[in-house]
Design a protein around this ligand. Structure first.
Ligand code: NAD
Length: 497
């Protein structure tokens, strides 16, 4: 293992194997099994991690249940819970370099993205939800029946919440899940992805330091089909919040139905249209098209993977885009000059290369990339790849690739565009580039997507609702909307006549 001693994260990585965090203690898995985590830039081993099995998930759920029923967290004065969450935000910020290095080594992302985007947004998410703890108000209702009634609502925590997250934004996804759940007074069992479990374990250290009581957050790295499946089917879990693929999202919904009808929220896949009208500022649109698909190596649920360009500016837009693609610096994420790092794993690299082969076979015109970059064979790199003249029926235009592969599709006019852009099973986000204000709003209304960006892309803030139409999910995270996901609404009606 070649981790430079001068990295701030060296301390965390030295202490191995990493253990499960259950009931406020660091414990081995019941089976004693461990799994390895790789650095995708080199293929080298990064850490050994205790692997949670079904028995460990049961232990974690029992610890969460005990903490919930005891009221040790949910019954704390709201201002105290708020203080603890704010402190977690501060600690993430103070240790941003350590988190950023860990994300980069574990996931592959460029260090500057981790440092300037992921860590600050994770900190901001904790602070934002710290603000909500003291504001979880109910309402009163004016009853019209004969007699006199006082009717009011209370927001109560759902209870024990299972949270299952993917590997693409490990720290940020953990923050999006844990912060609102804790703000509402729930107890949590978090299962990070087996590809990238490390930042969730570092976050658990911080939660402990911030004096979040034992058992309120438990972290159980483990395989999806074992630990994740047990959490989703567990009869004593009141709610499961899942972010990941649509395929697994359907299994989660089924597991809920087959067990205890636990509440389910799902943040799933996407195949988002990024749309350039001929009247757009092309310089900005091209950089938005590049950022839309190649940020995080295309491993973003909201990646603008279908680039629709109006025919009048189609050739010019692609020519300009290719210039940017050719200048992209690909390399290990830990090198600060890197703009694109490796994909998360060998399996993901092979999957993406398989789609590129399919794109060529189905007749799309490949303008750039298509393979592994020279000189970086030891890591799981894929070149930024642009296909032109993609037809909506081709596999690369329909399926989520989750890698640096763009499908460019020409269109005639607004009506043609809207029909094509909406022709997908997904509906997470869309981008529109135009200088016509009326058109921007018309198209934003016509697109079936949870978020529509106009003259921007990948803008995310803790206040902006996040979630999808159609098979991109159920429910909305972030903003006050996440509070609905993590509370039950109780109505109390008192006869006061
Ligand atoms: P995935 O569905 O394979 O895995 C996600 C999580 O589910 C992991 O923790 C995994 O261990 C677990 N899991 C796998 N099988 C399971 C099972 N049978 N039961 C319970 N849990 C199981 O997804 P991934 O490859 O980690 O991530 C990529 C996917 O996530 C993409 O489809 C992407 O669009 C989606 N995603 C969506 C959002 C969003 O906000 N909508 C954000 C990030 C990623």
């Amino acid at each position: 293992m070649a981790i430079a001693e001068d990295l701030e994260v060296a301390r965390f990585l030295k202490d191995q194997p990493k253990k499960l965090f259950i009931g406020g203690r660091w414990v081995e898995s019941a089976s004693g099994r461990q799994f390895g985590v790789e650095n995708p830039a080199t293929g080298e081993s990064l850490a050994a991690v205790a692997e949670a099995g079904a028995e460990d998930v049961d232990r974690a759920v029992a610890a969460a249940r005990r903490s919930f029923d005891s009221g040790v967290w949910r019954d704390l004065p709201p201002a105290e819970r708020a203080r603890a969450l704010w402190k977690v935000g501060d600690m993430i910020e103070e240790r941003a370099t350590e988190f950023a290095q860990l994300e980069t080594l574990d996931n592959g992302m460029p260090i500057n993205d981790a440092l300037l985007f992921h860590a600050p947004l994770a900190a901001a998410t904790f602070r934002y939800y710290a603000g909500w703890v003291t504001k979880l108000d109910g309402a009163t209702q004016q009853v019209s029946l004969p007699g006199r009634y006082l009717s009011y609502t209370l927001r109560e925590p759902v209870g024990v919440v299972g949270q299952i997250i993917p590997w693409n934004f490990p720290l940020l996804m953990a923050a999006w899940k844990v912060a609102p759940a804790l703000a509402c007074g729930n107890s949590v069992v978090l299962k990070p992805s087996e590809e990238t479990p490390l930042s969730a374990l570092l976050l658990a250290e911080l939660l402990q330091e911030a004096e979040v009581p034992d058992g309120v957050v438990n972290v159980v790295p483990g395989r999806g089909e074992i630990a994740g499946a047990r959490l989703a089917a567990h009869p004593d879990v009141d709610k499961v919040a899942f972010t990941g693929s649509t395929e697994v999202g359907k299994l989660i919904a089924r597991a809920s139905a087959d067990s205890n009808l636990k509440r389910v929220s799902l943040e799933l896949g996407g195949k988002s249209p990024n749309i350039v009208f001929a009247d757009a500022d092309l310089t900005r649109a091209v950089s938005g098209a590049f950022f839309g698909i190649f940020f995080n190596q295309g491993q973003v649920c909201s990646a603008g993977s279908r680039l629709f360009v109006q025919k009048k500016v189609y050739d010019e837009t692609l020519d300009e885009l290719l210039k940017t693609v050719k200048e992209t610096r690909i390399g290990p994420g830990i090198d600060p000059v890197t703009q694109m790092g490796p994909l998360v794993s060998k399996a993901q690299q092979e999957r993406v290369l398989g789609y590129i082969t399919l794109g060529n076979k189905e007749g799309a015109r490949m303008l750039s990339g298509g393979g592994r970059p020279a000189g970086l064979e030891e890591g799981y790199f894929v070149e930024p790849t642009v296909f032109a003249d993609v037809d909506g029926r081709m596999t690369i235009a329909r399926e989520e690739i989750f890698g640096p592969v763009l499908s460019a599709i020409p269109f005639d006019d607004e009506d043609d565009l809207v029909a094509k852009a909406n022709s997908t099973i997904y509906g997470l986000v869309a981008g529109v580039w135009t200088s016509d204000v009326a058109r921007a709003h018309r198209v934003a209304h016509a697109l079936k997507a949870g978020t529509v960006y106009v003259n921007c892309y990948h803008i995310v803030d803790p206040v902006t609702p996040w979630g999808g139409y159609k098979q991109s999910g159920w429910g909305r995270e972030l903003g006050p909307y996440a509070l609905d996901l993590y509370t039950e609404l109780k109505n109390v009606i008192v006869d006061i006549s």
